[in-house]
Design a protein around this ligand. Structure first.
Ligand SMILES: [Zn+2]
Length: 402
């Protein structure tokens, strides 16, 4: 076949596609096409949903501004907002993972549609070549006499002149072209959702940091004021007393349960002496050691009852050892906290979390993800405060770590 003839075949083929794209629109009702259209619509709705669900930080700040006079209320409200935002981030991250999976599926569908399109195109070329070589110049004449592709699309008689077989093949081919187009569109729409979700995560993380900064400034301004210093120290001590009362009550409940089990001759949990897992993997910088030290805000000697591990908000917190969750709640001083009973009077406590993933009564294993790092409660920056208690007293966590 000469190059000239090949060129005619290709032109003819392209011409036929132009000619038939309008009249066969009505045939595009197959399931995969309708499904794609629905998915594209859903993705567009997801994008607008994402855009409108972002936290309005300015409005939030204004609301919080009104409760600044009462520091305790202010901190509790702020922490509620922080947890809410952290929850949003977790939802966005789930969405991102799902979208990434969907994109993989759509990309595979697109690849398959393109493969079918190429196959159908090759078959059509072969058919035209066959017709031409058989002496049927109808297709060629059709192209020549129409005065160009644009003209051809308006002449319905040409379509009528095609054989049923050729018309069916053309319709299939046009359907595939439409499917390829929709797959590409869907891929674009899904990528837009992904980008928007990633943007939302970034913005929410910035929102969290803005709120934590605001909280730090507020705690500092209230407690560093000389005239209110004594009141600040009293408030601090009242908070620690409240914190200790809450922990003691939890320990008392465990001791009672233990006594009940012993009375029934049932097995109570026993600590077997093993070393702890590092509760904040990847973050070993200690921003505040265990023991007596100068309180950074109050300027007086205070006992720091745990280790402060500096880590970004949202970092996973792991159970240091096997145990039972005996506390998973919010406290004004500890923020969102987890308390785990490891048996034999040994407990670990994890404070200032942004999110809690386990609840009271649940058994956990060493290294299990139980919470996320945050800055809730009496905290001025993202960190994990990790405390160990033995027989009703705080003990040095380093004895169980390393
Ligand atoms: Zn601490």
């Amino acid at each position: 076949m000469s190059n000239w003839k090949k060129a005619v075949c290709l032109l003819l083929c392209a011409g036929m596609i132009f000619a038939y794209s309008r009249p066969v629109q009505a045939v595009l009702t197959n399931d995969s096409i309708r499904e794609k259209e629905a998915e594209i619509k859903a993705a567009r709705e997801e994008v607008s949903g994402l855009k409108s669900s972002k936290t309005d930080i300015e409005r939030l700040k204004k609301e919080l501004e009104q409760s600044k006079n009462d520091l305790t209320t202010y901190v509790a409200q702020l922490d509620g907002q922080l947890s809410g935002i952290q929850e949003k981030i977790a939802q966005y991250n789930t969405m991102i993972a799902e979208k990434e999976e969907e994109i993989e599926v759509t990309a595979a569908e697109l690849e398959e549609a393109i493969r079918i399109q190429e196959e159908q195109y090759a078959a059509m070329k072969k058919r035209i070549k066959f017709m031409y070589e058989k002496g049927d110049t109808f297709y060629l004449e059709l192209l020549m006499s129409s005065g160009g592709f644009a003209d051809m699309t308006n002449k319905a008689d040409y379509i009528e002149s095609l054989s049923r077989y050729d018309r069916n093949k053309l319709e299939e081919y046009i359907n595939t072209i439409e499917l390829v187009k929709l797959c590409k569109e869907e891929l674009e729409a899904e990528k837009e959702v992904l980008d928007e979700a990633k943007l939302a995560v970034e913005e929410e993380e910035a929102n969290i940091n803005a709120l934590i900064e605001q909280k730090e400034a507020q705690i500092l301004s209230v407690t560093s004021d000389i005239s209110t210093k004594e009141a600040a120290i009293r408030e601090y001590e009242a908070m620690i007393a409240q914190e200790n009362a809450e922990i003691a009550a939890l320990e008392k409940a465990v001791a009672e349960e233990r006594a009940r089990l012993e009375a029934e001759n049932a097995q109570a949990r026993v600590y077997n002496g093993g070393m702890f897992a590092w509760p904040c993997p990847g973050y070993t910088r200690i921003s505040d050691e265990y023991g007596n030290r100068m309180h950074p805000i109050l300027g007086i000697q205070k006992f720091h009852n745990g280790l402060d591990m500096a880590a970004p908000g949202g970092t996973a917190i792991l159970a240091a050892y096997d145990g039972d969750v005996v506390g998973a709640a919010y406290n004004n001083s500890m923020g969102n906290y987890i308390m785990i009973d490891h048996g034999s009077g040994l407990y670990t406590i994890y404070m200032h979390c942004s999110a809690l993933y386990v609840s009271k009564g649940q058994s956990v294993t060493k290294g299990q993800k139980i919470a996320a790092v945050g800055s809730t409660g009496r905290s001025t920056g993202n960190h994990l405060h990790f405390s160990v208690r033995q027989n009703g007293n705080y003990v040095n966590p380093w004895n169980y770590l390393k």
